[in-house]
Design a protein. Structure first.
Length: 201
């Protein structure tokens, strides 16, 4: 890992932390949270969130810590990239205001929430070690757990609200990664054939 990569990553996290401190110091936390929450109801942010898996995997494969950090920051802030919708889908509003988010955070809920960073850590390790197949397994497991979670905590309406964006994002991620795997296998086959012919000769 390059020293510059570590410095840039630390600098990026410092800027994010500084922004959080400024918001808290100006006592604008509630206003910012309300503003971001309103924009989060725009379902476009739901569709692009899954797609952040692709740059995350790319930077992990390239072993770029700064790229991983930037992707995580972009993923975390993508919930308020788009304007608040003029008309909020009642199912989406019900799902976002679900019991899982508004009720007390018991131990089992905290443990379940920890699955998010643990899953991304496992995904980073898989691609960092250049194991695309295991990375693909982790991605599909992450999305599957998210879908099950949405149906369990958001009932049927909540699950159906999230389902299209989750499946669309998963399909794109699987297609891109499988294409890359196929290209890599195709490019490696001639090299193996040349090595075998040289060995036989």
């Amino acid at each position: 890992m390059k020293r510059t990569d570590v410095i840039l990553s630390a600098g990026t996290l410092a800027v994010v932390l500084l922004a959080v401190v400024v918001v808290a110091a100006t006592q604008a936390t509630d206003e910012f949270a309300a503003w971001a929450w309103a924009r989060h109801h725009n379902e476009l942010s739901w569709y692009i969130r899954v797609l952040f898996v692709l740059p995350f995997c790319y930077f992990a494969y390239k072993r770029s810590l700064w790229g991983i950090v930037l992707t995580v920051v972009a993923l975390s802030t993508s919930m308020f990239w788009f304007p608040a919708p003029e008309r909020v889908d009642p199912r989406a509003a019900e799902f976002l205001a679900g019991e899982y988010l508004t009720s007390g955070w018991l131990l089992w809920k905290v443990l379940l929430a920890l699955l998010v960073p643990i899953s991304f850590a496992a995904l980073a390790v898989a691609f960092w070690k250049r194991s695309l197949v295991w990375g693909l397994v982790v991605i599909n497991a992450m999305v599957l757990v998210k879908i099950v979670w949405s149906f369990y905590f958001g009932d049927e309406s909540g699950g159906l609200t999230l389902l299209p964006s989750a499946l669309a994002g998963l399909a794109v991620c699987d297609a891109v990664i499988l294409y890359v795997v196929r290209r890599m296998c195709k490019n490696s086959s001639p090299k193996l054939s040349r090595q075998a012919s040289q060995h036989d000769g």
